[in-house]
Design a protein around this ligand. Sequence first.
Ligand SMILES: [Zn+2]
Ligand SMILES: [Zn+2]
Length: 388
Amino acid sequence: MHLIEGIKIHHDSLIEWRHDIHAHPELGFAEHRTAALVAERLAAFGCEVHRGIGKTGVVGRLKAGHSARSIGLRADMDALPIQESNGFPYRSKNDGRMHACGHDGHTTMLLGAARYLAETRNFDGIVHFIFQPAEEGLGGGEAMVKDGLFDRFPCDAVFGMHNRPGLAVGKFSIRPGAMMAGGAYFDLVITGRGAHGARPESGIDPVLVASHVTTALQSIVSRNVKPIDTAVLSVTQIHGGDAYNVIPQQAVMRGTVRAFSSETLSLIEANMRRIASGVAAAFGASATLDFRIVFPPLVNDAAETEFIADTAARLVGAENVNRAGNLVMASEDFSFMLNVRPGAYIQIGNGDGEGGCEVHNPGYDFNDAILPLGASLFVRLVERKLAK
Ligand SMILES: [Zn+2]
Ligand SMILES: [Zn+2]
């Protein structure tokens, strides 16, 4: 590995920063301590600091030379509502909250890059260090974009990185085009007519209708979506009724849809609407669908994917950068930024392992060994993109 020497010598302090953030996890849009810590460090390095972008988001601006060229580097700061099961000394001090997705590590790697770049300034242009809140399903990336992130801090390209358990230390994985699924949540309310449980002829049973709708919805992915366009539709909740002897008036179905293009998400929504209201009508009931796209699909720009993959290859060797990584069915909030700016999102190996090592698991921990590698990649992106 060709790590940057000036980052490697600070490995201990990076570990110290990471453990401190790990011990003090905060949920989305409540990253007050973390944002303050980030802002303080950035200011101490000599960056211009802007706070409160997308509520708790922070942007550090660093300029060298006279070029107007610019680059954005993004990390996420939020934790998850999980009770940590690890016993090490820096385990979460906040009950029911945990850095179980490695955002403590992402934030630390970007801070490490900022410190080095502020010291060396071996580039010509403007770097924006973007620390976003609320990646975990609360729309922090969208909030920053809506708050004028790229109007106030123009970026020719923007890059993000996420650790991936199961991928060996020293390896990266990426793919051009769609890489992670877009996600939608839905609420489907079936309205029938309440009745005595022993006298069904006087009512319209929404529980029976919901059962038929659930089954019929499963024809969308198999019969309406093109077989080569991967998608999933999961009904994850059905609620109806409170008593043994009452046919309820309503039943509520909820669930999630994932797909790799906005067109496929729209196609699924249209078919859900037709099937739900058609099936409900067949039983004399009605259906109303609330379909909300929570994340757009994450789409990597082809040229920027090449660029970050080439940059990673210089650090770890071409054989350790997979440029044809798998599609990921999970969603990622960085997609909001990639929707409006060219850029790319890369996975960095968090190490082999199973079980407790997976993200969102109560036994997960970010691998400190990769802190200098991620920070080195961020630095080289800047030095190559804004080369003197
Ligand atoms: Zn996560
Ligand atoms: Zn994450």
